[in-house]
Design a protein around this ligand. Structure first.
Ligand code: C5P
Length: 441
């Protein structure tokens, strides 16, 4: 029997009424791709109704952040709020979240409260799209940004509705960055996910591969992109990349080279915003480099923001490339998990992204640590794979087990989680996480 979404959808309609009953709310959203896209959906709903509102983007909702907004009369939390019972101390509040939640008595729309897996099957942006019945394309961007690929469960509602209103198309394609936005050589040479041995970060080899396959780089004056290739050319390229990965001992990555991709057909075709995965990387770049406002503007289709967002994306890709090169040399096997000590090497806001890329098809989850940008303490980022989740892994709980002994805060999803802990308690934290993972894979 298929899942009955109607109680959740009724609650979404109720949440919309609550949101729009506010006269001048402060929208407080998270800064990752899901946070930025969901914040933009709420902002868009208020703009559409010509209603007053303000919006801020924060990295986490801790005591300092709560103290700074305690006098606000109306707040809409997006992609956070559900995890901190101190929101009960605030005035009128609506929470649109999909993280694990406990002890919150304020109105909250959260798929987890309706039997829908918020870690895997609906993100904050997906929830916000269903609440406001708008921007299903951004709902998909948030889901992909939160590693909910391939989209299933409640996420399929977004696809159905987005297809119906002409915002989304599905394609079975090479899952690499820049199919629509990058010239072919750069498409291959700048591929960090997947990392293509001998080709990634080597333009000469990338160009040679294309020339060996007799794929012309230009059509007239214009540089061709992957999306310009004929079906035969695409097949040749995909099978040669797949052969290369198998040959280099990465059959798991080769198997996942091609898969479902989400095209955002109301967006500019030759830009990163045309593909949900690329769009989510762009939003991560904006949020993680201190300019979530640019990300929100791109979500809302404001042309002025596109060039700046593209520049932030280039910076982000450079930092990730440096991070991956460091990770490749530095990951050690800690038994129940792989460990990357990236203190003073990788920024705390991207260490999780680097871990997510470095994990590949590993049978163990990975924990990365970075120096906290807030000056004190250590930021931990943990990433798993879908196969590990299927075998019972829950990194959100693993982080919770760690902070219980080390102090600090932490939690998150089964597949991606994190913590901020005092530096002096790192060993206690790692030991507790290892013990937890030994008992529960
Ligand atoms: O920062 P990173 O991307 O590694 O965070 C992954 C997830 O871990 C976040 O989406 C959030 O749900 C969770 N997290 C948390 N507490 C922290 C840091 C991260 O709950 N202090």
């Amino acid at each position: 029997m298929s899942f009955d979404f109607s109680p959740f959808l009724e609650a979404c309609a109720e949440a919309r009424r609550t949101a729009l009953s506010f006269s001048d709310p402060l929208i407080v959203h998270h800064l990752d791709a899901d946070g930025v896209s969901s914040g933009a959906i709420v902002e868009s709903a208020f703009r559409a109704e010509w209603k007053k509102h303000r919006r801020i983007c924060i990295k986490k909702l801790g005591d300092t952040e709560l103290d700074s907004i305690k006098d606000e009369k109306e707040i809409i939390f997006v992609d956070l709020g559900g995890g901190n019972p101190r929101v009960n101390e605030l005035h009128d509040v609506l929470i649109i979240d999909h993280h694990q939640t406990k002890g919150v008595t304020k109105p909250q729309i959260n798929p987890l409260l309706y039997g829908i897996d918020g870690g895997d099957e609906l993100s904050a942006a997906g929830t916000a799209a269903l609440v406001f019945d708008a921007h299903y394309d951004l709902g998909v961007v948030g889901a992909v940004g939160d590693m909910q690929y391939p989209l299933r469960g409640a996420n399929r509602l977004l696809i159905e509705r987005g297809q119906k209103n002409g915002e989304i198309e599905l394609a079975n394609e090479l899952r690499m960055f820049g199919r629509y936005s990058r010239p072919l050589t750069q498409f291959l040479a700048y591929s960090d996910e997947p990392y293509l041995p001998g080709i990634s970060f080597n333009e000469l080899n990338a160009e040679k591969l294309l020339s060996d396959l007799q794929i012309p780089l230009q059509k007239g004056e214009r540089w061709r992109t992957y999306s310009d290739l004929s079906e035969t050319e695409k097949k040749k390229l995909v099978s040669s990349l797949s052969d290369l990965l198998v040959e280099k001992g990465k059959p798991f990555i080769a198997e996942n080279l091609v898969g479902e991709t989400y095209l955002l057909t109301k967006r500019e075709k030759r830009s990163e915003t045309y593909d949900a995965s690329e769009f989510s990387t762009m939003l991560n770049a904006c949020g993680r480099h201190g300019r979530p406002d640019i990300g929100v503007a791109v979500c809302l289709g404001e042309k002025w923001a596109e060039e700046e967002a593209a520049q932030l994306l280039r910076l982000h890709k450079t930092r990730i490339r440096e991070g991956i090169l460091f990770a490749r040399e530095s990951i050690v096997d800690f038994g129940p998990f792989l460990f990357l000590d990236a203190r003073d090497k990788i920024e705390d806001s991207i260490v999780g992204i680097v871990c997510g890329m470095a994990i590949g098809g590993s049978p163990k989850p990975i924990l990365g640590i970075a120096s906290s940008e807030e000056g004190r303490g250590i930021k931990v980022s943990a990433r798993g794979t879908r196969a590990q989740i299927n075998a019972g892994l829950n990194l959100g709980n693993a982080m919770a087990a760690g902070v219980k002994v080390s102090g600090g805060v932490g939690g998150g999803h089964k597949i991606a989680a994190g913590a901020n802990i005092p530096s002096e308690n790192l060993n206690e934290f790692l030991t507790a996480v290892a013990d937890y993972l030994r008992q529960k894979p």
